[in-house]
Design a protein around this ligand. Structure first.
Ligand code: PMP
Length: 400
């Protein structure tokens, strides 16, 4: 390489060094088995408290069988965007099934939950006269969607309904052409649930469109895992529901479940839909099989919640600070990056994988381990993890 070219990216070394100096540098862990409750990570067998595989469907025989069949029948890829020749029978079938599952007129699938949020925010907020209103802890894809939107935006402190009301009452909001009020249904780092009934009431009063991102609620909350709208019995009052196919549904993708008119509009305006290729048919087929399981095997959801209740309760009894979590995502808040990292490393050595999360993913002073239990964990797995958490917590002087 010539000197100038070799140096062209040299500035990145400095950026990386800064990350290292700040204790924010980490390397990728490698999963060597399937995504399961007990998995091999970096050569070590661990109880896995890190995945979003809520119902343990990543290795379910019905999903694997459906994917295989789809490959045999339709091949491995669509090789086109949806609007050209990338809309296959299975994509349409998946969308019909999702709409039925969510109880909406229609659904539209995107390549990921991330692109779905970006696509919807960007497509709906097309003028400076529009206003996008967002909870401060909403997912990065909503933040990026808001950045790509042409609208102004206002962010309210986490779940602060007073602050939300005063934004909605402000002259800027009242004078806006459209108001899009966006919230995560379940917040991904804290596992707490959005106060959707209050949000919907405010939105109805001040004529805002509510969009809820149920990435961590679909397959988890509500009857058969239908999400926060069902959980709060708000059916018909939340015009836009976002979901992901990459967590409880165990495959890949995102979707918006809404009115037919939104689907039609997005088919013409959503840039990821227009300009990025569609899912391989095997992905769509696996997702269809997952929805069938959600509709017909409620015992998986029951097991997820039994495990969740047990694990949370035991953590609290041990004296850990688990924040406001009310779902299978349970943070173990230790309030220090270094401590979070050391706790995570000690657990890993002992055979438990729980990722540490520091600033800027969470606020300074809120550093933590993030644990997620799934329906696939056995009581033995959970007891083992709890015992190791107790041992490491005591060794670090974090619990009595
Ligand atoms: N929204 C939320 C709240 C999430 O946690 C995530 C995943 N981290 C996404 C959207 C993005 O979903 P996906 O991984 O399917 O892109």
């Amino acid at each position: 390489m010539r000197g100038a070219q070799r140096d062209a990216l040299g500035f990145l070394q400095e950026e990386i060094q800064t990350l290292k100096d700040q204790g924010r540098y980490s390397r990728l862990r490698i999963l060597e088995t399937a995504q399961e409750a007990v998995a091999v990570v970096d050569g070590k067998r661990v109880v896995n408290l890190t995945s979003n595989n809520y119902l343990g469907l990543t290795t379910h025989p019905k999903l694997k069988g459906a994917a295989r069949e789809a490959i045999d029948r339709y091949g491995v890829g669509s090789a086109a965007v949806r609007t050209i020749i990338g809309t296959m029978t299975l994509h349409e079938e998946l969308e019909r099934r999702l709409a039925r599952f969510k109880g909406t007129e229609s659904a539209l699938v995107f390549q990921s939950g991330f692109t779905t949020n970006v696509a919807v925010c960007q497509s709906l907020m097309t003028s400076e006269e529009d206003l996008l209103i967002s909870d401060e802890l909403n997912h990065a894809s909503i933040v990026d969607g808001a950045r790509l939107a042409k609208s102004s935006r206002k962010v309210y402190p986490h779940k602060d309904m007073k602050a939300l009301r005063s934004i909605l009452e402000s002259p800027q909001a009242r004078g806006a052409r459209r108001r899009l009020l966006v919230t995560d249904g379940v917040f991904s780092m804290d596992g707490d649930i959005a106060p959707l009934p209050e949000i919907v009431e405010l939105a109805e009063k001040y004529e805002a469109i509510v969009m809820v991102d149920d990435a961590h609620a679909s397959g988890v909350l509500g009857e058969n895992g239908r999400g926060t709208v069902d959980h709060f019995r708000l059916s018909g009052r939340v015009p836009i529901q976002i979901g992901t196919l990459s967590k409880a549904i165990a495959s890949l993708g995102g979707y918006v479940a809404s009115r037919r008119v939104l689907r039609e509009y997005l088919e013409h305006w959503a840039r990821p839909f227009l300009f990025s290729s569609s899912h391989p048919p095997s992905v769509a087929a696996a997702c269809i099989a997952a929805i069938e399981i959600l509709e017909t095997e409620p015992e998986l959801l029951e097991r997820l919640w039994e495990n969740t209740r047990f694990f949370k309760e035991e953590l609290r009894k041990m004296g850990w600070d688990t924040g406001e979590s009310a779902t299978p995502i349970t943070p173990v808040i230790v309030k220090d990056t270094d401590v979070a990292r050391r706790l995570s490393e000690m657990l890993f050595e002992e055979g438990v994988f729980a990722l540490w999360i520091g600033y800027p993913t969470v606020a300074k002073g809120k550093e933590r381990l993030r644990t997620i239990v799934t329906a696939a964990h056995t009581m033995e797995d959970l007891r083992f993890a709890l015992e190791k958490l107790k041992k490491a917590g005591r060794a670090l002087g974090l619990i009595a």
